[in-house]
Design a protein around this ligand. Sequence first.
Ligand code: ADA
Length: 568
Amino acid sequence: MTRLFDEHIQREVKSLNGKWSFKTDKSKVGKEKKWFLGLSDAKTVMVPSVWNAEFGMLSYEGAAWYEKSFYYSGGNLRLCFGAVMTECEVWLDGEYVGNHYGGFSEFSFIIPDVSAGTHCLTLMVDNSFGAQSIPQKKVDWYHYGGIIRDVTAETLRGISILNHRLEYDLNLDTGTTCAKAYVELYNSENESVTSPLSYKIGDKAGFAKPVTLSAHETLEIESDDIVIENVEIWDPSSPRLYDISITTDSDDLFDRVGFRKVELSPEGIILNGKNIEILGVNRHEEHPDFGFAFPSQLMQRDLDIIADLGCNSIRGSHYPASRTFMDMLDERGVLYWSEIPMWGWGFSPAALGDPVVVERGLEMHREMIRYYYNHPSIIIWGMHNEIHTECEVSVPLTKKYYEFLKASGGNRIVTYATDKPLKDLALEYCDLISINSYFGWYEGDMYEWEKFIENVRKRRDELGLENKPVIFSEFGAAALYGHHTFDNIHWTEEYQANVIEHALGLFHNDPMCCGFYIWQFCDVRTCLEAGINRARGFNNKGILNEYRKPKAAYYKVKELYKSFKSNK
Ligand code: ADA
């Protein structure tokens, strides 16, 4: 995957990005007609991309096929996919390899003993929706389809390193961290193999031991305690990263970690022993010309804009962003909330009780943790957004995800965004109460925030949850870029700026509130096809437009975030 450093030196890695053959399959006949044996009448597309960016294909929903021939030098082939929207089946040289569900996570397949020569990789990709889909058809963003992130072909030899996780506990008083490394190994040979395994953290700490794996065995190795003294902590003011290097006789994996401590008190979020007010924005990883295949150059630009705005945190609404972006956040010291696309309105109570849906959501959390665990910038895991938490059926689901994330998600805050805090039944299962509300836009006028906040406080205390701080995870108003009047009315840039200014002033001065994420960073394309009827077909609540041009609210927020930083 595109990282900001080389993940491998010894391992051969070949990019399969670039030119692919592509063909739509509206009536889904491709499998029956064995298109995996060769695509005829196909057009050329560049991967990664969304097919909706192709001429005349903006609203195509359904199945489509991708095919690429590539030279492989022979061996145990690992095919890695950064993300494919939403579901796919994979063939190599006409042989079925496997499938994956879920549009925003990495996945891979290992195919042993592939001969040297030219091979043909085929994918059937489907972005249509059913009763058990996550997300459901109705969302307030666009249902792009396609191979949206990198594809690579790797060669595994002997004992290979598939993944690692560094769990640690940082003691701020002594400046010492006690860590344990977990390394997932795979023996790609047809016989048992023994190799030294070395795991280094920076140039001092780590562990080494010999490992033996039988033919094609996958094994997780756990280290003894690794104590690191005089730790330089990862903090927004100085985001110190430590290099990780893991090697065996025949393979390697490089990564980075940062040591930091996240705690929660009734007063809010404590990062590395200091109270921090979250000054945030919600951001979709989307652009009108590239959809979800978001170029890394534009990620840097978004982060430059976000730095100029004075934000210290981003909520990754509403799905895991690419790891390239996570690397950038780690380097820049920006705090992040990462969540899965279990998004509101679309999910009926029946769907929330469906065991297939619940398990799919859990699997998405597993994948998010598997690939994102080591990123210090992620301090919050989000379980879901605006689902029917006023219904009993949401409680076991939330409990299940909460317990899973608390047990395996590392040192992070676990929450979900609720738009029904006054009748929510699942608030017991979150560390932080996260509220989405839109006074001044959908509900009443902006001066109703005061009463609402008092009601939230009352309910929280009545439930005995007064130790849980509150964060406003969404609020805002829409403005059409360039629309101004002398009157303070909906859709103008001035009105949007007023709504945000009023809400921010209240949140900042409320002791129960530990931060806020404005909805939203920039305008995003929405799903007219799914019945989201919005002006221009965009959600216009961005404080920048979709091409990242600032609206009046941008400058207001910049001024306020600057003043908040200096007075708290
Ligand atoms: C919700 C939802 C967002 C967006 C927003 C809006 O809070 O979580 O994704 O749809 O409403 O603009 O109405």
